[in-house]
Design a protein. Structure first.
Length: 144
């Protein structure tokens, strides 16, 4: 983080230097490579804790969750596909991961909206369903 002094006498504002992807460069071994740029953004702080306090309190918990997601994605990579199209849940999870990395605000809200089915229609048949699928099935395809 950097402090920026305003020459107009506006005082001292905190700024956050972040990197964000600006262009997709290539895809290599099922990984997308991006060109990144540094951006300075003014930041308002709504959390009463410092970044160090948040890291001290929650890092290990979220490290474990991240490793769990990585292991799940590795397991998917090793599994034999049943069709040529990607399952809608896998596609939704990969899109959610891209939201995590986009350095934009409200990541949790945007991922929740991505994974939420906001339809009010009742399905014709619940045959074979165990309950919620956790992602929205597109109308155009995707294996179940």
């Amino acid at each position: 983080m950097q402090g920026i002094h305003s020459p107009q006498g506006g005082g001292f504002a905190m700024a956050l230097v972040v990197k964000r992807p600006i262009a997709k460069v290539a895809t290599e071994n099922n990984r997308t490579l991006f060109k990144w740029e540094s951006v300075v953004a003014e930041q308002t702080y709504s959390c009463p804790q410092t970044r160090e306090q948040v890291l001290n309190m929650y890092f290990m918990e979220h490290r474990a969750k991240l490793l769990d997601v990585a292991a799940f994605l590795d397991r998917l990579d090793r599994a034999k596909p049943t069709s040529d199209s990607m399952d809608f849940r896998e596609a939704a999870l990969k899109k959610a991961v891209s939201i995590l990395l986009d350095c934009e605000v409200h990541r949790a809200k945007r991922i929740l909206e991505l994974l939420s089915d906001c339809t009010t229609e009742i399905p014709q048949s619940a045959h074979g369903m165990k309950g919620a699928s956790g992602a929205v099935r597109s109308e155009t395809g995707g294996a179940a």
